[in-house]
Structure formats: C-alpha cells, structure tokens
Design a protein around this ligand. Structure first.
Ligand code: ZN
Ligand code: ZN
Length: 217
C-alpha cells in the first residue's frame, strides 16, 4: 500500500442528488466526510462498512442541499463541521443547528490555506468564491473536491445570493488551473458526462475554461 494513498468513496445523496464523499487514510482509517447532502443512514452504513473514524465534516459551501445530513451526522459521528467563514457569516447561522434547521453548528471556520489532518493525510482548503462567497475546494493528495465551483464540463451557477461570475472565473483561473494536470476532479453534482474527471480533461473540454478563460490569455 503506497504511503500517499487516499481512498475516495463517492455517494449520491439527498433530495437534490448531491455527491457526498468519504475520503480516508488507509493506514489509520481516519477520514473526512465532504458535503453530507442527505441520506444519513446511507452515509453511516458506508462509514461502518469501511470502519472509518470520521474526524471532520467538510462543507464546500453553505447551501442547504449540501448540508441536510450535517447536523445529524455531527452528532452520530462526533465529527467537527467545517465551513468557510464567508459562508458562515453569509447565512448568519452561528449557533444554529436546532430542530428543523438544515444548518449545522459550525465548529471550525475555514480560511484559505488551512490544513486539516486526518491520520497521515491532509485536506488543504482552497478558497474559491463565486458560487457563494465562502465556497471552497478541498485538495487531498491529487484529489480535488470542487463542490459547486467546478463541475465536469461546467461550473456552478452564480445567480443566487452572493454569487459572482467574475469571482468564480477568477477562482478557477487563479486557484484551480495552477494545479497539475493529473489532479482528479470530484464535483458536487453529477451534471457531467462522467461522475469524475481530471484537470487535464477539464482544461480541454470545460466551456467555462475553454471559452471564458483561455481566450483572454
Ligand atoms: Zn450550491
Ligand atoms: Zn449544489
């Protein structure tokens, strides 16, 4: 087993069919859970099947469809919920997470460059505002979890509150395109031709990159 190995489990969950991810360190079984958008039992089954110890619940942004199971799983797993401070403020939900609220209590406010360690692995926080002010991507080894910032062949919508197409394009250009071609792209929804891609492929085929970004270089 290679020392830098990372195991990724992709699950389609919740009413809005969000991709949730279990990302684990094989040596220690320490793990993070990204975007628990619903179906807490399905996620818990996967956690116990793989005998994982989930340390953090990482939220790519504050939209409810990515969070429906976060409060319940925070309780069940005893994991800390992490979201970028710009979305925590945006939703004004600090201290929330009570009955009926899809918004969990935020234990860790994320910032650009923050590193969350689990076992021998690290998740690096890359702040990519545009879809929401506090949207982030998480980089674990070569695996990039892009939430609603970058999809396979597309990018997140920017017409919702706090969204900005200019910021989204800047984020993709300045934060994601510098990553290596073999970076594996795991999106927040299954909107593309395939459920997973690479940065090389997105550079070639994603119209947000080929049409909006490449032409002004
Ligand atoms: Zn969203
Ligand atoms: Zn979404």
């Amino acid at each position: 087993m290679s020392l830098d190995k990372v195991l990724v489990t992709q699950m389609l969950v919740g009413p809005d069919r969000v991709f949730s991810y279990l990302v684990s360190c094989p040596a220690s079984r320490a793990a993070v859970l990204i975007d628990p958008g619903g179906d807490p039992e399905k996620i818990l089954d996967a956690v116990s099947l793989k005998r994982l110890d989930v340390r953090y619940i990482l939220c790519t942004h504050g939209h409810a469809d990515h969070l429906y199971a976060a409060a319940a799983l925070r309780e069940e797993l005893g994991a800390m919920v992490c979201m970028h401070e710009a979305d925590a403020a945006f939703f004004g939900k600090e201290g929330s997470g009570g009955a009926g609220s899809p918004f969990p209590h935020i234990d860790v406010r994320l910032k650009e460059g923050l590193i969350l360690s689990f076992g021998r692995r690290d998740a690096l926080v890359i702040h990519t505002p545009g879809h929401t002010p506090g949207s982030v991507c998480f980089l674990v080894g070569r695996h990039l979890f892009t939430g609603d910032t970058l999809f396979v062949g597309a990018a997140g919508r920017t017409d919702l509150a706090g969204g900005s197409l200019d910021e989204l394009l800047d984020s993709i250009r300045e934060k994601l395109l510098p990553l290596s071609d073999d970076t594996i792209v795991w999106p927040g929804h299954n909107y593309g031709e395939t459920p997973v891609s690479t940065l090389a492929r997105e550079r070639r085929e994603n119209i947000y990159i080929t049409d909006f970004l490449m032409e002004d270089e």
